[in-house]
Design a protein around this ligand. Structure first.
Ligand code: DX5
Ligand code: ZN
Length: 202
């Protein structure tokens, strides 16, 4: 079954953006530190205030992700992913997430070799294949990321593969064919009627 995660960044970090996307399966919250990627920092306190009937997931685009896990777990987030490029000790970050009873995810940027994450995929619940450069919404889908999805799917038939960036009806189809089963979408969902657009992606 295909799941849709609504990325609120495209519509601004606000309760309104969360409310508009309640027909999705989860709310995707991009957290940046101004170091790994430029952009403003969204704190765990701000995330805790967001009310949602569907689960909140945090996509950490920060250096030293281990320093953020506890705070976001306490903010009521169900799933967290961190970037392989940012962690000195990925196993430690994964164990910390498990300790806080989070669903664990590992994210990979477009320019990073898929081999860098394969050895960790037996230990996580999901993988986030970035199909744009991390940090901004509204970018064009990088088709080369489809190869990465195919390769991961061929070795890990059961893992959740989340594709993040540039997802619309056309690119969603390509990502699903390649093996993705969770689609993160921001700009497309919020351009027009979010309920209708989420329906179109399903
Ligand atoms: C990019 C973010 C994405 C982004 C997706 O750094 O991780 O979640 O907001 O937005 P669209 O769908 O606009 O590419
Ligand atoms: Zn994201």
């Amino acid at each position: 079954m295909i799941k849709i995660s609504a990325s609120i960044m495209a519509n601004g970090f606000s309760q309104k953006s969360v409310d508009l996307a309640q027909s999705a399966d989860s709310i995707h919250i991009d957290v940046m530190d101004g170091k790994f990627v430029e952009n403003r920092i969204i704190s765990a306190e701000e995330v805790a205030k967001l009310k949602s009937n569907i689960p909140k997931e945090v996509h950490l685009m920060v250096l030293e992700p281990e320093n953020y896990i506890e705070d976001f777990a306490k903010a009521g987030v169900e799933r967290i992913s961190f970037h392989i490029e940012t962690a000195y000790n990925p196993e430690k970050v994964i164990s910390l997430m498990e300790f806080h009873e989070l669903e664990t995810g590992i994210a990979i940027s477009p320019e990073t070799d898929v081999d860098d994450i394969l050895k960790y995929l037996d230990s996580v619940d999901f993988v986030v294949v970035m199909s744009v450069h991390p940090g901004k919404s509204g970018q064009v889908f990088i088709e080369k990321s489809l190869e990465k999805i195919r390769l991961i799917r061929s070795s890990f038939p059961l893992i959740d593969i989340e594709v993040d960036g540039g997802i619309n009806v056309k690119t969603a189809k390509l990502a699903i064919e390649a093996g993705a089963n969770i689609l993160v979408s921001g700009s497309f969902i919020y351009s027009g009627n979010p309920d209708e657009n989420i329906g179109e992606l399903r």
